[in-house]
Design a protein around this ligand. Structure first.
Ligand code: SF4
Ligand code: SF4
Length: 335
């Protein structure tokens, strides 16, 4: 395994980490098997979230006796100080530990970001938990480049997690700034939410970028861990054949794949366009139908609220047929 320093946290982590979303599809016993396999192979970075239902607690049970072998990262969508303090306690309880290495602010909206950093906001709870030794470091996750830029300017941000893969390269300039500022850069969505069906090529592409600190593909069986390890550890340059395959994938996904750049916003009806497309990806490609449906049900404005004004479509750099795509989303989640 190749180990790297996770930016200014100073943590020594395996470049291939473990993404905890798929744990929701499995059980505590299988999670234990995965943990044992990671110990054997030297993978020492685990990322999950308060929002991934049973993921924290399955991992906590599976980590009994192995806690010291792992750097443990989780995240919360809490906005207020009180809610974040409660979530940190819940995470500690679920993980069966008294210390979490990295606690991240989980993909806030632009409006919530301002509330989080304001007096009484969630950041205060994170700073207090850090001072009390309950968490080691504070990180930030986002899907949008404007918030990525804002996070880069915050001195309390030690890591940033953002989508990066062979069809979502919009963060590359900001990733470079992470390197310059010694902020650990953690790749989420290495397979573009399951849209890329060649995981080896996807990881080879990501690991070829020196601005990537850690990549955390979701993994839920040992074979997947082995396959991803082989790809992540292969440091040879991308071949002409691989580069040609990348171009084919980009071309194929180009016409119907939302990159979450949010240039289409604001929507006249208040729809969080890219957020609904992300949920559709979880529904179709990750087999997390119930989870995606619950989140869709909680969305304040549904796809069916589209008034067909069309102002979003010329703003989309990928010329996506947003209105037709929203009709498809409404048909899936609202019938
Ligand atoms: S066409 Fe629909 S999704 Fe696009 S801006 Fe108008 S209301 Fe929003
Ligand atoms: S629909 Fe287009 S503009 Fe909107 S987030 Fe997706 S890719 Fe970006």
């Amino acid at each position: 395994m190749q180990y790297v320093t996770l930016g200014k946290t100073g943590l020594n982590v395996s470049r291939l980490g473990f993404g905890g979303i798929p744990i929701q599809k499995t059980d505590a016993a299988t999670t234990r098997t995965l943990i044992e396999s990671m110990v054997e192979k030297g993978i020492n970075y685990i990322d999950t979230a308060r929002g991934y239902t049973v993921s924290e607690s399955f991992l906590g049970e599976a980590l009994e006796g192995y806690r010291d072998k792992f750097v443990l990262a989780t995240k919360s969508m809490a906005v207020t100080k009180e809610a974040m303090a409660a979530d940190i306690e819940t995470s500690l309880h679920n993980f069966r530990t008294d210390y979490i290495d990295l606690y991240q602010i989980h993909n806030p909206s632009a409006e919530n970001f301002e509330k989080i950093i304001a007096p009484g906001g969630a950041l205060e709870a994170l700073l207090e938990a850090k001072a009390a030794g309950k968490i080691g470091h504070i990180g930030f996750t986002t899907h949008t480049t404007p918030l990525f830029e804002k996070a880069l300017a915050c001195d309390w941000v030690e890591t940033i997690m953002f989508p990066y893969n062979l069809v979502e390269t919009q963060g590359e300039d900001l990733m470079r700034q992470c390197t310059e500022k010694n902020i650990g850069f953690i790749v989420m969505k290495p397979l573009a939410g399951g849209a890329i069906d060649d995981p080896t090529l996807a990881l080879r592409f990501i690991c070829a970028n020196p601005d990537v600190t850690v990549v955390i593909p979701g993994m839920y069986d040992v074979k997947e861990i082995e396959m991803n390890m082989a790809a992540a550890l292969d440091n040879s340059p991308l071949t002409d054949d691989e580069l040609a395959k990348i171009e084919v994938i980009r071309k194929n996904l180009g016409s119907n794949f939302c990159r979450r750049c949010n240039y289409c916003q604001p929507c006249s009806a208040g729809i969080g366009i890219s957020a609904l497309f992300i949920l559709e990806g979880y529904y179709d490609r990750y087999g997390l139908q119930d989870w995606a449906q619950a989140r869709y049900d909680a969305a304040p404005v549904k796809a069916s609220a589209c008034i067909d004004c069309g102002v979003c479509e010329p703003r989309c750099p990928y010329n996506l047929p947003i209105r037709d795509m929203l009709k498809r989303v409404a048909g899936k989640f609202e019938n």
